[in-house]
Design a protein around this ligand. Structure first.
Ligand code: SF4
Length: 344
């Protein structure tokens, strides 16, 4: 690992002062100064020499300001520095937003969930082997303009939705798929202290011809939290994750679903996120539209799944993924339809 300076910020203004050292970086993730919360992925990528910050700013002292989880009638507010395990185990989240709790519980290991912050979790980077191993020169995400070794190489775990001819990397997270399905927003403060909110769906970017720019954050931006609006669909919600190893693994396929059903099983509202094979957290409005106004059953769920993967693009080892994704979504929808929802 390369040498780096470790600074500590105990309040917002101190953190943002360090955040001004953007070094002219084009992307948030390549800025020479990086915020440190749980560090569970940052240190991993620094050891691999994929990330090379010169300064880390420990922001864990800001937990009092940005670490709370608050539930109100109009929705949920999740502090950026709340730990994954805190949110996974929060009684209101478990009862009223089970898709969030499910997604967090199925992510990583208990030790990682106790360390990792919610904001760090949504910013996790692809597990593409060629990205993580600097011996491979051809990786447009790590080394812009160098090509993409994965397109002709090992790509079984990579994406089929949202890919480009410059990058087929997969977004590996789970929690973000629940946030995107529920229409969450992300709160951000920039180094000048200006705050802004953006739809969570807009936080991550598609690879297109700039896969090295992964988010719409600018260097020095600090995520302060997330808001999740309440709605009649949040309680009938779940996250289904399919992986090679159930104990601890990244998804091959996943579905985050939230449903508001009428008394006869008609879908009033469906919110659907797809994971495990997508270039960024992926909301499938095509699947939502295919279900709207129909009785939820095998046929309507299958039509929704067909719509969700109509735009899939496969490569040498990913031909199996659209079918796996369709089956995952059908099962998630039917399981959500069978959930018993208690009155509060
Ligand atoms: Fe790099 Fe993306 Fe290609 Fe993987 S898929 S080698 S991350 S450019």
């Amino acid at each position: 690992m390369r040498p780096f300076a470790l600074e500590t910020a105990n309040d917002r203004s101190a953190a943002l002062r360090f955040g001004r050292d953007t070094g002219g970086a084009e992307a948030h993730i390549t800025a020479p100064t990086q915020y440190l919360a749980g560090g569970t992925q940052l240190f991993d990528l620094m050891k691999l020499d994929v990330m090379q910050p010169r300064t880390l700013v420990n922001i864990n002292g800001l937990e009092r300001e940005f670490g709370a989880i608050e539930a109100a009638a109009d929705g949920l507010r999740l502090g950026a520095l709340a730990r994954m395990s805190e949110a996974a185990d929060h009684p209101v989240i478990r009862r009223d937003y089970p898709v969030i709790s499910d997604a967090l519980w199925q992510a990583a290991s208990p030790q990682l969930r106790n360390m990792a912050s919610l904001a760090g979790n949504v910013l996790q980077r692809t597990r593409c082997n060629y990205f993580r191993d600097r011996k491979w020169a051809g990786c447009n995400k790590r080394n812009p303009g160098s090509g993409c070794a994965a397109i002709e190489g090992v790509n079984r775990r990579l994406a089929v939705l949202g890919v480009s001819r410059h990058c087929i990397a997969n977004y590996p997270g789970d929690f973000a798929n629940a946030l995107v399905a529920l229409g969450a927003e992300v709160m951000i403060v920039n180094p000048d202290g200006d705050t802004r909110t953006m739809p969570f769906e807009d936080l991550h970017r598609l690879p297109d011809d700039t896969p090295h720019i992964e988010t719409n954050l600018v260097p020095g931006d600090l995520i302060t939290g997330f808001t999740v609006p309440s709605g009649p669909w949040t309680r009938r919600s779940l996250y289904l994750k399919i992986r090679d190893r159930t104990s601890y693994d990244f998804a091959l396929a996943s579905a985050a679903v939230a449903l508001d059903l009428g008394p006869d099983g008609t879908v009033r509202t469906a919110r659907i996120g797809i994971g495990g094979m997508v270039a960024k957290p992926w909301r499938s409005r095509e699947a939502e539209d295919a279900l709207a106004g129909r009785v939820l059953d095998e046929a309507s769920a299958a039509d929704a799944a067909e719509a969700a993967f109509a735009g899939a693009v496969t490569h040498s080892q990913t031909d199996f993924k659209p079918e796996l994704g369709r089956r995952t979504l059908v099962r998630a929808l039917l399981d959500a339809g069978r959930m018993e929802i208690d009155d509060v």
